[in-house]
Design a protein around this ligand. Structure first.
Ligand code: LLP
Length: 402
């Protein structure tokens, strides 16, 4: 059974640390990581946690101790990873739209480099020649993912080098002697279909025939987690089996073996995270009943940005009559967490819990409307530890030059 935090413990966390509050369950992170290890145990697979999902260094340390690698999209994320104790060889640097300067700094640290455009591939090759083998991100022209904003592998996406431009990669390779040790793709987030990953793998295996020194295929992240009641996530056990079958067949036919990398973010931390807010007002309008909370899209942007659904529970009243509410935030523009949501009757002061808030929750928070960002708490086997203090007015003013 997947570990979950009880309402009782979450209410205690609120008593101690107030709302709005993010709470993460260390046991659940261990559980998710071990499910990945189990699913892929038959193949040579390495996991690189995509830390853009949740980058608090205390969380990164958990993954580091579990033996995970880490996928970083900025030099600051790389610095966080180093602080958390990751060896450079266990860090992948996967930026996009950055200049060669960022790559040079990453090389000086010694991390794995993932290049996502022809221009940088050429500049990198001209500078380093064959001395620093790289991974190249391919855009496979695969449409996948929960919605268009989180789909990254389709033909019109800004990510990767088009699969139709392989000849140009090969030309740069022969002109600069750059060594390509891996091919990477990431088609999007919230991918449920195992076929998407297997089709991507097949494409990369086919391409690998053109890159003699290739030893790594990186299939990115994007494993779906269930957000709605009764929704199913990606079946990673089935993916593990089909991955093994596909690789074994290729090995028999072509006498070539690859190490497979995955970069899951959501899968590892989403369900380990809880977001807690307090109901401030109940507003009965002629057409709707609104429950206003002491938070907004500045703290959890997913519903407004992606039309994302997060399960909400009134954990102060788990038995009363059920009513329909629009759950809204306090930001001065349309700021809706949930439309027409059935909740046990809400009174001012009740605590509303949002599930599945570990990934891209705090991480995408902002100080819009000059509101401070929430505190973060880590729970390990019932013990609570503050891992980010609540911001104050001073934090908002600090840095302004008056
Ligand atoms: N690798 C690469 C290259 C990525 O761009 C991403 C996510 C991942 C791995 C991890 O994907 P995951 O396993 O977390 O789905 N903010 C959006 C999700 C955007 C994901 C961006 N890239 C959301 O809240 O749904």
């Amino acid at each position: 059974m997947a570990p979950t935090l009880s309402n009782e413990l979450l209410l205690k966390a609120v008593e101690k640390f107030d709302t709005p509050l993010y709470v993460y369950d260390e046991e659940r992170i261990h559980f998710q990581y071990s499910k990945l290890l189990h699913a892929f145990h038959q193949s040579d697979v390495k996991i690189f946690y995509a830390c853009k999902a949740l980058s608090n260094i205390n969380i990164l340390r958990i993954l580091q101790k579990l033996g995970s690698g880490i996928d970083c999209v900025s030099l600051n994320e790389v610095q966080f990873a180093l602080k958390a104790g990751f060896e450079p060889s266990k860090i992948i640097f996967t930026p996009n739209s950055v200049s060669i300067d960022d790559y040079k700094e990453a090389v000086s640290i010694g991390v794995n480099i993932n290049i996502d455009n022809l221009e940088i591939l050429r500049q990198f090759g001209e500078h380093y020649g064959s001395s620093y083998p790289v991974v190249v991100r391919i855009n496979p022209h695969i449409m996948a993912g929960g919605n268009i904003k989180i789909s990254t592998g389709h033909i019109d996406s800004k990510f990767g080098i088009s699969i139709d431009q392989i000849d140009q990669i090969l030309k740069i390779k022969s002109q600069t002697q750059i060594k390509i040790k891996g091919l990477h793709l990431h088609t999007g987030s919230e991918i449920k279909e195992v076929d998407v990953f297997i089709n991507g793998l097949q494409l990369m295996l086919e391409l690998s025939k053109k890159f003699e020194e290739l030893s790594i295929i990186d299939l990115g992240g994007g494993f779906k987690v269930p957000y709605k009641p009764d929704e199913k996530g990606a079946n990673i056990d089935e993916l593990g089996m089909r991955l093994h079958e596909t690789l074994s067949k290729f090995e028999t036919d072509q006498h070539k073996k690859f190490q497979i990398w995955f970069e899951p973010g959501k899968y590892i931390v989403s369900e380990a995270g809880y977001f807690l807010t307090k109901a401030t007002i109940i507003k009965e309008n002629p057409t709707r009943t609104f429950v206003g909370v002491d938070s907004g899209f500045n703290h959890l942007i997913r519903p407004m940005f992606y039309d994302a659904y997060h399960i909400i529970h009134n954990i102060s009243n788990t038995k009363g009559p059920v009513k329909q509410y629009n759950v809204v935030g306090n930001i001065c523009e349309t700021d809706t967490f949930a439309w027409d949501r059935a909740l046990h009757e809400v009174s001012p002061g009740d605590i509303l819990l949002f599930n599945n808030a570990g990934a891209y929750g705090f991480e995408m928070s902002s100080r819009f409307n000059s509101r401070t960002r929430p505190a973060e708490v880590l729970v390990n086997k019932g013990e609570m530890k503050l891992i980010r203090r609540r911001e104050t007015l001073d934090d908002l003013i600090q840095g302004q030059v008056l």
